[in-house]
Write a protein that binds this ligand. Structure first.
Ligand code: NAD
Length: 355
């Protein structure tokens, strides 16, 4: 099969880690008989330097015309003093909106070989954990009516959360589908004891569950979920939640893996077009040194194969190659704790060898 992939390398370590993922995709293409055509577009600081704006129209058009988008990271001290609307990070919101990416998938997996990186007690993570957080990305309180007003006690600020049936139905359906592809267990997280939006959310989850009898689902209040993630993370398979709760819980979940350079993400709309990116930033402190850990971006490419192209076997081949490289003891500097470390290029070579 042939696929067109838009590359948004961005700033800092972005170009290095995206180049690694491209090499892995090319190797997968060769092995399984697919052809990937890569077209780079400017975004973030790189686009500001060239065009004066962080998200040129040509970039948006190129992404929309592609089969999928792979992003490195944007931002860096060079652009930190620019006004808000011209900051590199503004491009991320712009491209997500332009592509109507309402689903954010953030896996948090503890690799047995990296158990020592986990900040939780050994007995808590003895079984490891592998969680997929499905976060609603374009609705809720971050997009609701907000403002300032004079209230009973003077100056007052407000933000409102509202969710339509359509917005909840489509994200909940994604979560059930995702559970079907994994361990068939889903926990919906809300605050239904207080919030009306959560009560509608819970009702729609129950309705949707009737379409997926194979999936074992339950509801959990968000305050309890925050505790359960550190008390017993292995109880979770797929989690679905609203924009704000997902924002907070996905960061909590990523921290308990202990390795920011390992975590991929996918943002999807209702077609197969998606935006795939590592969860970390542009790491300006190590940019250009061939020291960055490219695994989060390589695993983002693996998610692209699965979620945008339906290439499950090829996606699994990448994940398994990464597992093997870690089990063999190879590490980049961020995980080597002062011991011998491989460069970005070298660890990419090892992953390609293991494919
Ligand atoms: P960061 O994630 O870039 O870096 C935090 C720390 O983790 C640094 O010490 C860095 O060296 C290390 N690190 C991150 N990724 C790594 C990797 N793949 N391999 C090895 N080490 C890695 O966060 P920050 O320092 O807060 O932000 C730097 C810039 O990135 C800022 O301009 C910020 O706005 C931007 N940022 C962009 C995104 C994005 O593009 N999605 C996300 C977060 C931050």
């Amino acid at each position: 099969m042939n696929f067109n992939i838009a590359l948004l390398k961005g700033d800092g370590i972005g170009p290095e880690i995206v180049d690694s993922a491209v090499r892995v995709l090319e190797a997968v293409g060769e092995k399984y008989g697919h052809s990937f055509k890569f077209t780079p577009y400017d975004i973030g600081g790189a686009a500001i330097d060239k065009y004066g704006i962080p998200l040129p129209e040509e970039t948006v058009a190129g992404c929309l015309a592609s089969d999928s988008v792979l992003l490195g990271a944007v931002g860096g001290p060079k652009w930190d003093t620019l006004p808000g609307h011209l900051r590199p990070e503004k491009a991320l919101l712009g491209i997500r909106a332009a592509m109507n990416l309402f689903t954010n998938l953030r896996p948090a997996k503890l690799y047995p070989a990296l158990a020592g990186e986990c900040p939780l007690r050994e007995d808590i993570v003895a079984e490891g954990f592998d969680i997929m957080i499905v976060r609603e990305l374009t609705g809720g309180i971050y997009f609701g009516e907000r403002g300032m007003r004079e209230g009973k006690w003077g100056e007052e600020a407000y933000d409102t959360e509202s969710y339509s049936r359509m917005e909840i139905e489509r994200i909940v359906k994604v979560a059930f589908e995702c559970a079907m592809k994994r361990g068939k267990r889903l926990v919906s997280i809300d605050k239904a004891n207080v919030l009306e939006t959560s009560r509608l959310w819970r009702k729609i989850v129950a309705e949707t569950a009737t379409l997926y009898p194979e999936v074992e689902y339950s509801n959990m209040l968000v305050d309890n979920a925050a505790m359960q993630l550190v008390r017993c993370p292995s109880q979770f398979d797929v989690i679905v939640t609203s924009n704000m709760f997902g924002d907070i819980l996905s960061d909590e979940a990523s921290q308990i893996t202990g390795s920011i350079g390992m975590l991929p993400s996918a943002s999807l709309n209702d077609s197969s077009l998606g935006l795939y990116e590592p969860i970390h930033g542009s790491a300006p402190d190590i940019a250009g040194q061939n020291k960055a850990n490219p695994i989060a971006t390589i695993l983002s490419a693996a998610m692209m194969l699965l979620y945008s192209f339906g290439l499950a076997k090829e996606s699994e081949a990448i994940v398994s190659a990464v597992d093997k490289v870690l089990l063999a003891g190879y590490r980049t500097a961020d995980l080597a704790h002062g011991k011998e470390a491989l460069t970005t290029t070298e660890i990419t070579d090892k992953i390609i060898e293991m494919l």
